[in-house]
Design a protein around this ligand. Structure first.
Ligand code: AMP
Length: 440
């Protein structure tokens, strides 16, 4: 038997025994809620391909990152190198530049939902195909854009009742600020070089900022007295940082300043933030983001395009929801189950079911020529509020009994009036597709 690749998973129908992931109705509901928050903040959806040229991703994510060095799913075709996208910011910026979205005027507020791929070691909350949602606000240098991104990100979790996630905030200043900071960090660690782990010693050479991520206790202790990036940022960055904090205060949004929160790439500027939850265990990051004013130029733009965004994983959101005891709504049941007795009625039901579906009702019926008893069992299992049994007698009379499943009460209706009857009975009078139609 074939199995799905480790680090990937199937999203299965509700009620599947042993499923490791929430079922498809839960995914749909959660995705819909996320889209709803995005829409309320005025963000428009963008969808980009799941594979891109390797060069775009290498430039956009950064040649020196683990993602590009070790975690890309890459392939080649006709001498062109491609990768499955490990994240969506670089593709969105590519699309923004390619389609001159800036010419639409004003700030472009874009959101995305979709799969990403990284060849990481699979573990709890860490997959090789995972699913992100995120926003990119392109063309806004104002600190309000940073604060709005943080508010949007936080409000997605609040929409699910998760309000205890910790928001960590820092400023990375400009690339030249970070260059000076890097030098100071290297100087500081030089006398301790022999005490450092091999990994940290390597990082000290290649990418000293990554030392700040160390999980080793004595290295963490050394960090307590290490120089702070915030002491190296220029006046404008400091003013921007103060403004972001001011706006977050105005929004009543608590945050912790964390001088160790960094992103190693040169196009990141100023604001960096992360949302963390204790519910997740080792992979504590629910979501993260920041400002990347220099990415557009990195991708070939002739001028600076200020931008800020966040990215979050659905799988981690589900872990947080599980820990919070969140009850996802159950899958919608059909409006009616049509049961047939005899071949003539079976043929009638087969066609009638399609007609009713065309009229907007969700209808189930038997495809296996099963006994009436088996069909009624199926009707029960389906959760349909009504079952209608159709045999020769009903066909002749043109009338049927609609059985209300929860009470057993029967109502006689004309076959031609079945649609109207079922619509009247439907709680709220919404068509079955309403749920999908509400998707933005
Ligand atoms: P990053 O692009 O690394 O900042 O990731 C943004 C968010 O995506 C993280 O906060 C996680 O929620 C999610 N994420 C990143 N990598 C993975 C992964 N391998 N498996 C599951 N979720 C991930």
């Amino acid at each position: 038997m074939y199995q799905n690749i480790p680090g990937t998973f199937d999203v299965l129908p509700a009620g599947t025994e042993g499923a490791k992931m929430p079922p498809s109705p839960t995914w749909r509901h959660v995705e819909r809620t996320v889209r709803g928050v995005m829409q309320r903040y005025g963000f428009e959806e963008i969808r980009t391909p799941i594979f891109e040229p390797t060069e775009l991703v290498a430039r956009g994510v950064g040649q020196a990152t683990d993602i590009v060095q070790k975690e890309m799913f890459a392939f080649e075709r006709s001498d062109t190198q491609y990768v499955l996208r490990p994240e969506v910011t670089a593709p969105v910026m590519r699309a923004y530049l390619q389609h001159h979205l800036g010419q639409r005027g004003g700030v472009q507020k874009l959101f995305y939902v979709g799969p990403c791929f990284r060849a990481e070691r699979p573990q709890k909350g860490r997959f090789r195909q995972f699913h992100q949602f995120g926003s990119e606000t392109i063309g806004a240098a104002d600190a309000r854009a940073d604060a709005e991104t943080v508010a949007l990100m936080t409000d997605v979790y609040r929409a699910f009742g998760i309000s205890d996630a910790r928001l960590r905030l820092n400023s990375l200043g400009s690339p030249s600020d970070r260059e000076r900071y890097r030098a100071a960090l290297v100087d500081y660690f030089a006398p301790y070089e022999d005490d450092l782990s091999d990994t940290s010693r390597r990082r000290l050479k290649d990418n000293p900022l990554r030392l700040l991520d160390t999980k080793i206790e004595h290295e963490q202790r050394l960090l307590e007295d290490a120089p702070r990036l915030l002491d190296f940022i220029d006046e404008e960055s400091q003013a921007h940082y103060d403004a972001v904090k001011g706006w977050l205060d105005d929004l009543g949004m608590p945050f912790e300043e964390d001088p160790l929160l960094v992103r190693g790439l040169d196009y990141y500027t100023r604001t960096a933030f992360e949302l963390e939850s204790d519910a997740l265990g080792a992979q504590s990051a629910l979501a993260g983001g920041g400002r990347y004013d220099l990415l557009a130029e990195e991708l070939g733009a002739e001028q600076t395009v200020p931008a800020v965004g966040f990215a979050a994983g659905f799988e981690r959101l589900f872990l947080a929801l599980e820990a919070a005891g969140y009850d996802a709504p159950v899958a919608p049941a059909p409006d009616v189950f049509l049961a047939a007795i005899g071949e003539e009625a079976e043929a009638f039901v087969f066609k009638k079911a399609r007609r009713l579906r065309g009229e907007g009702l969700a209808v189930e019926s038997d495809l296996m020529g099963r006994s009436l008893k088996a069909q009624m069992r199926e009707a029960n299992r389906s959760g349909a509020p009504y079952a209608v049994v159709i045999g020769g007698r009903e066909l002749e009379a043109g009338r049927v009994d609609a059985k209300h499943m929860p009470t057993g009460e029967e109502t006689e209706v004309a076959l031609d009036g079945l649609t109207a009857f079922l619509f009247e009975q439907r709680a709220g009078g919404q068509p079955a597709e309403a749920e999908a139609a509400q998707d933005t």
